[in-house]
Design a protein. Structure first.
Length: 223
């Protein structure tokens, strides 16, 4: 098996992502890196477990949404090799649409944002219907390819997700949109897409408010 490692796409706190090629195919190799503050044997164990978990989640998600195919996983090297999905991360695409183009485009990019938001929501609804929670649904963990939103980075995801975990996914999306794409309709559009796709969407969306009010209650100063 001929694998060539190319440029670093991203160096995060937990993992380094390389572009590469395998046979004739463009691939991405994600390697979990050592955290110096952990005991060496615990560090090795955690990296293997998290690599295995992420690969399992990506495989499980593939039954429900667009997600890269896994080509190989190496628990000793803590790597996952997967197909490269060509296209911008949704974060960059949305920033490009909203950045300074509002005067140029007749609709200010609203229709495009709305279509992307609806795809995000529909995708999360399908994941949730399959019992999966994404765990980190930021717009950097979605790639826009061929008119579809692809989901990556399910390392914090879970299976057997209950209504709480589904609502938490939507809250995380809301936080990500508020901080990265403030002033856009992206989150509301995602909720529209979610509601029109999910069989129990209403209950999940209502549950967001329950979690919100719990948070407000907790933040009240003690008297
Ligand atoms: N399969 C893939 N195809 C194309 N780009 C990818 C792929 N997987 C990851 N990337 C790129 O690498 C970045 C980091 O990958 P990610 O899995 O989110 O790692 P991290 O855990 O560091 O956030 C992504 O935001 C994306 O730009
Ligand atoms: Mg990520």
């Amino acid at each position: 098996m001929e694998v060539t490692r190319g440029d670093v796409i991203r160096r995060g706190s937990e993992a380094v992502v390389h572009a590469g090629t395998w046979e004739d195919m463009k691939v991405v190799i994600k390697t979990r890196i050592s955290k110096g503050y952990r005991h060496p044997s615990i560090d090795l164990q955690l990296r293997s477990e998290r690599t295995r978990h992420e690969a399992r989640m990506l495989r499980a998600a593939r039954d429900h949404v667009w997600t890269p195919r896994i080509i190989d996983i190496d628990l000793k090297e803590h790597t996952i090799m997967m197909e490269m999905i060509e296209g911008p991360v949704v974060r960059d695409l949305v920033l490009e649409i909203t950045d300074g183009n509002l005067d140029v485009r007749p609709d200010g990019g609203r229709d495009q944002i709305s279509a992307i938001g609806r795809s995000i929501g529909a995708g999360l609804a399908k994941l949730h219907a399959g019992g999966l929670a994404h765990g980190d649904p930021t717009t950097s963990n979605m790639i826009y390819h061929d008119g579809e939103v692809w989901f990556i980075d399910l390392s914090l995801g879970s299976r057997g997700a209950d209504i709480e975990e589904k609502a938490v996914d939507l809250r995380l999306l809301r936080e990500a949109v508020e901080s990265t794409h403030p002033g856009t309709t992206l989150f509301d559009d995602a909720i529209d897409g979610y509601l029109s796709t999910s069989p129990d969407g209403d209950a999940v969306v209502e549950h967001i408010e329950r979690i919100d009010s719990r948070g407000r209650y907790r933040r009240r100063p003690a008297v």
